[in-house]
Structures are given as C-alpha cells and as structure tokens.
Design a protein around this ligand. Structure first.
Ligand code: HEC
Length: 117
C-alpha cells in the first residue's frame, strides 16, 4: 500500500513539474514580424532549456509552488567576467562547461522572458 502511495505521489510530482515547466512565458515586441517571432521563439526555448541545465539549480526559486526564474538583465549577462563573478560561477561556468553559443541563447531567453511581477 505504501509502495503505491509513493508511486502516486511521485507521478503527481512529475506531472506538476512538467506543468510548471510549461508556464514560462515570453514577450516579443509588437512591432516584431511573425517570421522573426517564430524564429526567436525556437531560440528562447533553447535558451530556457540551457538555463535549466546550467543555471537553474542555483538561480530558480520556488514561490508558492511556482517556478521563479530571476530577471537577469543583458548588462548582467553580457559581461564575460560574469563567468568568474563568484566562486560558484568559477567552478560551474567555465568555457568548457557552458559554451559561448549557449550563453548567447541563455541571454536571448532572458531578453524575451516575461518579467516577474
Ligand atoms: C553553482 C551555483 C551557480 C550556478 C550553476 C550559476 N550561478 Fe549565477 N550566481 C551564483 C551565486 C552564488 C551568485 C551570487 C549571489 C546571487 O546573486 O545570487 C550568482 C550571481 C549571478 C548573477 C549576478 C546577479 C547580480 O546580483 O548581479 C548573474 C547574472 C548570474 N549569477 C547568472 C547566472 C547564469 C546565467 C548562470 C548559468 C549560465 C548561472 N548564474 C549559474 C551561483 C550560481
């Protein structure tokens, strides 16, 4: 019985995690063409996936059961030095761990992520 309850809790847990993961929203400027929006959509989703792999474990909080990703600015992210801004970055964000191309996509994700209230 306990075994089944655990399995149920696990299943619900996984489901709600997936549901939460979908809830990240993006905002593109009105003036942006549909073609560009669609192209950007694909890139920001890649950026989100990369953020989850390389950054989320330290930077995503859970607020009232919902995922809360910080609103990092392009100034904060564009600087090469941010890879070494602190000991944790130094150990986790070396060029072999997160490539320049990956950082560009992560940057793009933050540029178009809907800001937290
Ligand atoms: C192993 C933990 C860890 C990982 C992984 C990590 N960070 Fe950080 N990060 C920190 C800590 C600790 C700080 C300094 C305290 C703070 O602002 O939370 C920090 C600070 C920052 C800041 C500066 C915030 C400010 O106040 O100016 C930015 C921007 C940032 N991280 C972005 C990222 C991005 C983007 C990634 C993924 C590519 C990442 N971090 C991965 C731990 C981490």
């Amino acid at each position: 019985m306990i075994k089944y309850s655990l399995l149920l809790i696990l299943t619900i847990g996984i489901f709600s995690m997936c549901a939460n993961k979908k809830s990240v929203q993006f905002e593109f400027p009105e003036s942006m063409s549909e073609t560009l929006k669609n192209a950007n959509q694909a890139n920001v989703e890649k950026g989100l996936a990369l953020y989850r792999i390389s950054c989320a474990k330290c930077h995503t909080d859970t607020v009232k059961g919902k995922e809360r990703i910080p609103d990092f600015t392009s100034e904060q992210l564009s600087n090469y030095e941010f890879r070494f801004a602190n000991k944790k970055h130094e150990n986790n964000l070396g060029e072999t761990q997160v490539t320049q191309d990956e950082l560009i996509l992560i940057n793009m994700f933050f540029a178009y992520k809907k800001k937290n209230k």
